[in-house]
Design a protein around this ligand. Sequence first.
Ligand code: CTP
Length: 392
Amino acid sequence: MLHGRRILLCVTGGVAAYKSAYLARRLVESGASVRVAMSESALEFIGAQTFAAITGNHPVTSLFADESVSPHTEMARWADLVIVAPATAATIGRMAEGISSDLISATILAATAPILVAPAMHTEMWENRSTQRNIDQLRSDGHHLVGPNEGSLAGGDVGVGRVAEPEEILEAASSILEGDAGGRAVLVTAGGTREPIDPVRYVGNRSSGKMGHAIADEAVIRGYSVTLVTTSSLPVHPAIKVVSVETAQEMFTVVSDVKADVAVMAAAVADFRPAKSHETKLARSDGLKSIQLEATPDVLASVVARSERPYVVGFAAETGGVERAIEKAERKRVDLLVYNDVSEPGSGFNTDTNRVVFIGQDGTTESLPLLSKAEVAEKIWDRIASELNERE
Ligand code: CTP
């Protein structure tokens, strides 16, 4: 679950900071991409170079002396998960109050990703009413806590307040990132296929792949393990397994080997391809009177026909009313059809927005307003998650 995930490790000032070096190493070993932010007092306990060597990235140690003009928002936006380990009483207090007076608290305040806090302090400090009040506040704000444990503390003391072990933090991080996805595997197809006429020309369409890639990104954020079969080279989240294809036949072949609990078929697959693809470039002087076409395999139909049929989402990019799409939802036997009118402003190919209508298995429709493609992806996953929950 940690493979390819972007983890921001915030290290604050306590002797347990040395354990965060091992935590960083275990995160890296698990395949995560790790960046580190350190408070001024953390630097009294452990050197930034230690984390640089382990993660391959120089830690950020100051709000003002960094290459980035806004390191706190930049790191916060990057992260899929923020881990605060060790979290001192002071940092926990600032989090509870929403104070952004230093690098770590400003980063945490800017983060929209989930936050996992591993407190570490002396027993008296942990048991203090104000700390407990702050911890209650963190819980009610939706933050996740791991530890503290009972054991040896700084200065030879023993009691509650010892930071959770790196393996415990790793496990908690994994389960937060998995969310409600329940280990489900997702297949997404995206982009427009290109069917070659000769080595230079092809029969294609205007699909950019933006919608499909946004759907794959959102699935990863929700903890699904995602395979994206795409003709597009748009960037995607590093945790996605990307298989690049060009033609409908390639897409069909690749998809047939991908196991999936949910399949979202957002690709604009050519229905026909040139029956003959010329091996060398056709010359104008040779003339070309016609191109003979033949049908391509139906990728979606092959997924619907599987004996272990996934939950299937189809797309219908049309240039007319929704009626044709309602008929298509039934004909294609999909669980959900996402219809859009590509002739409408803001809903066409290569735009960053889309206005879609959901068509359920029973033909019922739900019209969404004009949204960004990322927002449409969220709505699609809300709908899938709620239908999967109902089925269970
Ligand atoms: N699709 C597919 N393989 C194909 C054609 C379409 O997987 N060879 C999928 C698309 O990814 C989309 C859905 O089927 O999710 C509907 O695609 P569309 O082109 O609208 O459907 P068609 O079968 O081409 O229907 P029609 O030509 O009647 O509109």
